[in-house]
Design a protein around this ligand. Sequence first.
Ligand code: SAM
Ligand code: SF4
Length: 336
Amino acid sequence: MSRLTDSFHRTIDYMRISITDRCNLRCIYCMPPEGLVPIEHKDILSYEEIVRILRVAVDIGIRKIRITGGEPLVRRNVSYLIGSIKNIEGIEDLSLTTNGIHLEQYAEELVDAGLDRVNISLDSLRPDRYREITRGGDIDMVLNGIEAAEKAGLRPIKINMVPICGLNNDEIGEFAKLTLKSPYQVRFIEFMPFDTNMWSREKFIAADEIKSIVEGIGSLTPANIRKSGPARYFRFNGARGVIGFISPLSNRFCGECSRLRLTADGKLRPCLFSETEIDLKPALRGGAPDDEIERLIKLSIEAKPEGHNLQIQNTELRTLINANKDYKRPMSRIGG
Ligand code: SAM
Ligand code: SF4
């Protein structure tokens, strides 16, 4: 079986694919209120183009695929894409990240098409606050979506929350308690700075601090679960679910990064926080053979940096964050 490694001996076996930069929400930590200028339709990869790239990528060592966006479920016929990807021999895990708004509508057909798992983003359990954070979202649609995902058999259900000081940090405990009765993986993700959001040092809460807040409710023991990413997992005594902490800034996990990202307009991006991108579209649309696609994928892995330099560990952090110019494309454009 082929294996891809980068210049720092990391195995690269995971590709995140953004299938659209469009979204039906405007979360304040992700997008400006007016949204972003959308990528033109002609520049968005077709499903056939995505599948072709994946066939080559899986052939040389990619094993895990996550579909994301923007909001992936606003693109038409995502189940068709899921089915086509599932047919590629060698894929071991196929998941999707969604805001959950359309999940009730699509959960069952996504499972029928071959989807293994979902991550659902939810940053407040209070209807008014959810509406405020997402600039208009209806929390009932997400809650119904989570229920539908459970019923459809998508497991484990991961719920991603981004705690932001003064906005939703007072709900960290409530989110953690969800794991007492439900078999969810509730994951807290550190708030990251992008050009398009309202990041500031004062609003940032480091993962260790979030963990201390959770420990205020009950003691945590390390959870021995099969990990597929950088989260550190714990559980409350007797809880059905687990709690994860993801610390891209306070304790970067670049040393174990196994990812490559493909943007909706066909650019391979070796690191979320670097502007380096390798455009596959000219080759795809210019009649290049699969060998050329393979060469470009390998090139992008070669370009994978050892780590990002957004560090938040010491007093220099604000200067560092403000001085760093490497985070221009927002998450919705790169594929979070
Ligand atoms: N629309 C889908 C969703 O919200 O799940 C998928 C795309 S979204 C960009 C993917 C993930 O990125 C979400 O879990 C979201 O919370 C996270 N995200 C977006 N902006 C972020 C930021 N500034 N800091 C941390 N996480 C962020
Ligand atoms: Fe849309 Fe997801 Fe960004 Fe929210 S986090 S604006 S749902 S892409």
